[in-house]
Write a protein that binds this ligand. Structure first.
Ligand code: ZN
Length: 173
């Protein structure tokens, strides 16, 4: 369909974005209130990290400026939202290629919640060395698209030597 993972990832990253907002408790800081849209390919160690961060927010160092030279080391609380409060139709992220633990298809949650909206697992890619294949989830059935074998979909059979790469969740209406 896309030939390789890279163009596929680029297509998704164009509309996959979250809004992050925070306020620095230091009134002299130049980042006393900020809002920003983050976009791109999100990469994590496991399948639940993105939902956890989006729902719980995260703590960061401010790194804002006080005056001309001093950097603010205040801790700030970053909260996430959908841009304009519109839930994304799908959410895609990638798992670190160098993390072997927890990267088998068995450990993926079939459902995830992002900011009170329910998403269900739609598809994921698996890799075995240089070779990638896509697994499409339809209810309890799984079909595999493997560019090397043929253009037809086949029922997926678990293979432990395959590692999870990219996951796609779609909003469950
Ligand atoms: Zn600050």
């Amino acid at each position: 369909m896309f030939g390789s993972e890279e163009p596929y990832a680029n297509v998704f990253s164009q509309f996959l974005n979250f809004e992050e907002s925070w306020g620095c408790p230091d009134v002299n800081c130049n980042r006393v209130k900020e809002q920003n849209v983050i976009t791109g390919d999100f990469v994590f160690d496991n399948a639940t990290s993105l939902a956890y961060i989006i729902n719980k927010g995260e703590t960061r160092n401010c790194n804002g400026r006080i005056g001309d030279f001093q950097y603010n080391s205040e801790k700030i609380r970053v909260e996430f939202n959908f841009p304009h409060n519109d839930p994304l139709p799908l959410i895609k992220f990638t798992l670190h290629i160098n993390v072997a633990d927890g990267r088998t298809a068995e450990v993926i949650p079939l459902e995830q919640h992002y900011l009170d909206y329910k998403y269900r697992l739609f598809a994921y890619t698996l890799n075995k060395g240089e070779h990638y294949l896509t697994v499409l989830c339809q209810g309890s059935s799984k079909f595999v698209y493997d560019g090397l074998s043929s253009n037809s979909l086949k029922t997926y059979k678990q293979d432990e030597t395959h590692l999870l790469s990219t996951l796609v969740y779609i909003m469950d209406q």
